[in-house]
Design a protein around this ligand. Sequence first.
Ligand SMILES: Cc1cc2nc3c(=O)[nH]c(=O)nc-3n(C[C@H](O)[C@H](O)[C@H](O)COP(=O)(O)OP(=O)(O)OC[C@H]3O[C@@H](n4cnc5c(N)ncnc54)[C@H](O)[C@@H]3O)c2cc1C
Length: 413
Amino acid sequence: MITDRIQTDLLIVGAGPAGATTSLFLAKMGIPHTIVDAAAFPRDKVCGDGLDLKVFRVLQHLDPNITASEVFDHQEFLQSWGARIITPNGRVTDFVQPEPPEGAPLRSVLWTSKRLHFDQFLIKKLDRRFANFLPETKVEKIERDGKRWRVQARKSDGTMLEIDTPLLIGADGDHSVVLRSIGGRSIERRHYAGTLRQYWKGVSGLHPKNLIEVYLPKGLPLSYFYIFPLPNGEANVGYGMVSELIAKYKYNLRDLFKKILTEDPNMAPRFRDAQPLEEPIGWGIPLASRRRKNFGDGYLLTGDAASLVCPTSGEGIGTGMVSGYIAAHFAQKALNNKQFDAEVFKNYDREVYRRLEGEIRVFQNLMRFQPWRMYDWGLNLIAPQPYLQRAFKNLHSGWLETAFEKKIEVNLD
Ligand SMILES: Cc1cc2nc3c(=O)[nH]c(=O)nc-3n(C[C@H](O)[C@H](O)[C@H](O)COP(=O)(O)OP(=O)(O)OC[C@H]3O[C@@H](n4cnc5c(N)ncnc54)[C@H](O)[C@@H]3O)c2cc1C
């Protein structure tokens, strides 16, 4: 039975990075809205906990004066100075970011922070003057009522809240109830990855510069096992593979993960004296490798609900935040014009996908690289090549020079 009713100009479902970012920018624009989340915060989210430069760039759009150290120099965040790739034959290639000159402010393009902490960091920033934030409020049913949405949500005490709104933003992650309600989409295994995460303490051989490590396991098709160092000597360890390959070879991801941890000659020795802090937890990654329609009459989808995870890196926090930033701009336009039909959002997908094109191309090329037995050979050969090292250095210095100032332009027309 409905015990409570509210009306709002805009409802965001989900307060992860995509939803929280949408709310932060709506508040900056002075737009009152409601944001609900099923969870009680702080809450965990299965993730690799790697934060790239996009995260900082979005935050800088919120506050141009914010510095990287204000955001990341906290005990819950760890700076990483690059990446280590370990090929199937065990060859280690380090891509270390060049040291900044003496006295220059420390800048890194990679950080790690448990989602428990990072998402809470965003939640604390929500501006309650404009954001009516309702945690522990789980959306269960969404119906179209003329040109409005009638949304039913269960509160932690079991009572039901009904929310009436003309504009809905789905930011509720991989199992999005908003996506289901507007017709959903079936999982396309080529564009979806199965993953596991397990926190560990005491993993040996971590690089002193906290490089994030990606291992391409021997004898397995394209998949990646990762070790991302965290503060306090902990590490986020995980494994992911495109679902199409899991299905094709009838793999059990948990068994593969366990085997790598206990038997793989390149990895097992590093875990022998380490302690797992939890059981492996599974979660899906909806990849952006296929373009989808993420808007319609009265709604926009953001983040994982819109399947926006970078298909090669598995990075979805930054892309989720960028999509939230873009969605806030389209929502502002809709509210200003009091027009909520699909026409007003028709350029949303263009704005989102044009930032992902490079990532999508790389993924498509990798997937074309079948049969997978070629991977071991190809990766062993390619990863240590000096030109890759140079490309990495150039990429990083390019990012460092421009990314801190670069504006995320949103073209609504
Ligand atoms: C193993 C693994 C490793 C990854 N590693 C990285 C990485 O290192 N770096 C990176 O950038 N990305 C990584 N990702 C991807 C990243 O975790 C996601 O892309 C990111 O969390 C997307 O953010 P989001 O806000 O769209 O969704 P989420 O973070 O999933 O947030 C969705 C929110 O919606 C709420 N919600 C859900 N249903 C309802 C409902 N019915 N009613 C109300 N609220 C609801 C949830 O409680 C949640 O708070 C990884 C993912 C996995 C699985």
